[in-house]
Design a protein around this ligand. Structure first.
Ligand code: PMP
Length: 307
């Protein structure tokens, strides 16, 4: 991934892709204290390539840094401009963006006190997380043997680098078992989220999702709340057990990378009709329309990279 043409924004400058390097003693590489975002830009009819919910992602990056007590050496405006620049300067029509703030190689050890926060933003083409078939037919998931982080073990509202060890263990286990994603339970045994997605289920026309507690405060999750309200659905946040999922009419994941992804099977049990359900279909369509600016209902969610 490092050996390619293009530019990456690093500490205030656009540098050639191959030169965007750090030292092996980069602190974040050793201890995982860093914060990042996953953002997407879509091609819209009205305003060309636009970053979806750019402000919300940058706000969350700053909240994550605040939780981790990392000083951000750039303003939100500077980072928003950097994100637009990497999409534009790499000539990308649609893109996945990765902003990250990390601690440098100014010191070693947990007590290092001269550390500086560095910031990078890269963007590349990443068409779809799942096959078009998965988007329509849904995916197969299993309950993870790994518990989602306890809220006092790590900070779940921060999108922090180190948190993703847990996600990777869970996802690898699920993939090895022939599934496409894991469903992680919290330390009390209730449904939390996927390795990189928030979870929703539908029963008798009502949409349910876990309270945030140990889940990431997903930006797609918030978008679904808004779109579901517009479509006249009720969403309830509540504790959900795995067997409630087994008997749900529909279930789906949401995330910037995964978008709106139906779940057709969980722990060997078929969910509902075993394919994308009607509520999921409507919300998925509304989501794709929103990110692509179809109907121009939420222009405030789109940040054109040309501006
Ligand atoms: N949970 C976790 C653990 C994630 O990594 C992500 C992806 N950022 C999400 C949920 C979904 O968040 P968002 O909709 O903001 O991408």
């Amino acid at each position: 991934f490092a050996d390619r043409d293009g530019v990456i924004w690093l500490d205030g400058e656009l540098v050639p892709w191959r030169d965007a390097r750090v030292h092996v003693l980069t602190h974040t590489l050793h201890y995982g204290m860093g914060v990042f975002e996953g953002v997407r830009a879509y091609h819209t009819e009205s305003s060309g390539t636009a970053i979806f919910k750019l402000k919300e992602h940058t706000d969350r990056l700053f909240r994550s840094a605040h939780i981790m007590r990392m000083n951000m050496p750039f303003s939100k405006d500077e980072l928003n401009a950097a994100q637009k620049a990497v999409v534009r300067e790499n000539g990308l029509k649609e893109a996945y963006l990765r902003p990250m703030a990390f601690l440098g190689s100014e010191g070693m050890g947990l007590r290092a006190d001269k550390l500086q926060t560095h910031v990078m933003v890269a963007a590349w083409e990443w068409p779809s997380y799942m096959s078009p078939e998965a988007r329509e037919q849904g995916i197969k998931i299993r309950t993870s043997s790994y518990t989602r982080h306890h809220v006092n073990i790590t900070m779940c509202k921060a999108k922090a680098n180190g948190n993703y060890i847990n996600s990777m263990l869970a996802l690898r286990e699920a993939l090895d078992a022939g599934c496409e994603e894991a469903l992680l339970l919290d330390n009390e045994g209730y449904v939390a989220e996927g390795s990189g997605e928030n979870f929703f289920m539908v029963r008798d026309g009502i949409i349910y999702t876990p309270e945030l507690t140990s889940c990431l405060d997903g930006i797609t999750r918030a978008t679904i709340f808004q779109l579901a309200a517009e479509a006249g659905y009720t969403i309830r946040e509540k504790r959900i057990t795995r067997d409630e999922v087994y008997v749900a009419d529909e279930a789906f994941f949401t995330g910037t990378a995964a978008e709106v992804l139906p779940i057709r099977e969980h722990d060997g049990r078929v969910i509902g009709a075993g394919k994308r359900g009607p509520v999921t279909t409507i919300l998925q369509q509304m989501y794709f329309d929103a990110v692509k600016g179809v109907g121009n209902k939420h222009p405030e969610w789109l940040a054109p990279v040309s501006e």
